[in-house]
Design a binder for this molecule. Structure first.
Ligand code: NAD
Length: 356
């Protein structure tokens, strides 16, 4: 076994159907007494419910979280939270809501409790992102980690099937890149492989019956494992490309991950034998990239970047940005490789190990 460094994250997790009912205990467990709940406008109703569960400790809902955490919203949310006199923030929602909570923790040192309702996995990472003047800055800081995470699969039953699938594949992407990351460790790889296995098993069942609580629980558990993998390792080509694609063409986050993932898997797994073996076991296929592409198509994932609205002449721009900024990757990536990979993802061609 190779040498490695493993650093455990200091986080509490409460998991299970109905876990949200124990919210007040979680607030006490982190040493807080009064909280403001933050949500997106679409999930304000959930926010009101959660605020109600807090009883007198619930100081209200701030329902203005939006994708990519605009800096102006951080100031506005902070004014609301300070005005209310809260000593904690409760983020109820997906990665956008957790993202605002993290930005608040970064700015104010207020502790956050995350109640994830998608499979993005942000609640398990010390990675924050803030968008200012159209530019998204990201960084890692332990202060943004939620003190507690409440995973309640009942809260994910209403997550539309299409978002469930793309969000689930977003989680799988975290695990895939963690398996071949330069700082991978045996413990994290166990979590990553289990995360992929559980998520790929759960998604078809969620599509068949979105109210299947066992499947929802498996998917949420998988999201936890995959998110923890992302939090512990360095991202590679896949996350780099999705970041550029999202930032340059405003493509939807989870869908972009779901479309791009099989192409990067097919390319990178030729140079990452341990990750390939783990993913062969998890997918039950000798060709994990193709298996994930097929599953995605069977479950209704858009077939191509063109379907997501990327302009064809954007490929050159993505290649330029990816070549200009360094990232870790198990396989060397030339401009020609990148152009081939992105062209295949753009048109929806089958993923291949060689794009030249
Ligand atoms: P999202 O949080 O933007 O949610 C998408 C939509 O689905 C929103 O309208 C939301 O209100 C709604 N929604 C969420 N849960 C729902 C539910 N259970 N039922 C009904 N509607 C629901 O989407 P996301 O994919 O979770 O998050 C994307 C963002 O998270 C991106 O900005 C991405 O960069 C960030 N992210 C960050 C990390 C990290 O480690 N920092 C990791 C993954 C994603």
């Amino acid at each position: 076994m190779h040498s490695f460094v493993y650093e455990a994250q200091p986080m509490r997790v409460r998991f299970g159907a109905g876990a949200i009912d124990e919210l007040r205990d979680e607030l006490t467990a982190i040493g807080a007494t009064k909280a403001v709940v933050i949500t997106t406008p679409e999930q304000q109703e959930l926010g009101e419910r959660v605020n109600g569960l807090l009883g007198p400790a619930g100081l209200g809902v701030y329902p203005h979280a939006t994708m990519h955490v605009p800096a102006s919203i951080i100031d506005d949310a902070l004014a609301f939270i300070r005005g209310a006199g809260a000593d904690a923030v409760l983020c109820a929602g997906g990665g956008s809501t957790t993202g605002l909570g993290k930005a608040l923790a970064l700015r104010s040192d207020l502790p956050i409790i995350a109640v994830p309702t998608t499979y993005a996995g942000s609640e398990m990472t010390p990675i924050w992102g803030i968008t200012d003047d159209g530019v998204k800055r990201t960084g890692r800081d332990e202060r943004v980690l939620p003190r507690s995470v409440i995973y309640d699969p009942e809260l994910t039953v209403g997550l539309p099937v299409a978002i469930s699938v793309t969000s689930g594949l977003n989680a799988v992407a975290h695990a895939v890149e963690g398996l071949y990351a330069p700082d991978a460790s045996p413990i994290i790889s166990l979590m990553a492989a289990e995360g992929v296995d559980k998520m790929l098993g759960a998604l078809p069942a969620v599509v068949t019956d979105p109210a299947d609580l066992d499947a929802r629980a498996d998917a949420l558990y998988a999201a936890w494992l995959c998110g923890a993998t992302l939090g512990a390792t360095t991202m590679g080509l896949h996350h780099k490309l999705c970041h550029i694609l999202g930032g340059s063409f405003n493509l939807p986050h989870a869908e972009t991950h779901a479309v791009v993932l099989p192409y990067v898997m097919a390319y990178n797994l030729t140079a990452a034998p341990a990750a390939r073996e783990a993913l062969q076991r998890a997918t039950g296929s000798s060709d994990p990239g193709t298996a994930v592409a097929k599953l995605g198509r069977d479950l209704g994932v858009p077939a191509s970047l063109s379907e997501l609205g990327m302009p064809e002449d954007g490929i050159a721009e993505v290649v330029r940005q990816a070549v200009d900024s360094p990232y870790s990757n198990p396989r060397e990536v030339t401009e020609a490789d990148l152009r081939g990979l992105l062209t295949a993802a753009y048109t929806g061609d089958d993923p291949r190990g060689d794009y030249r």
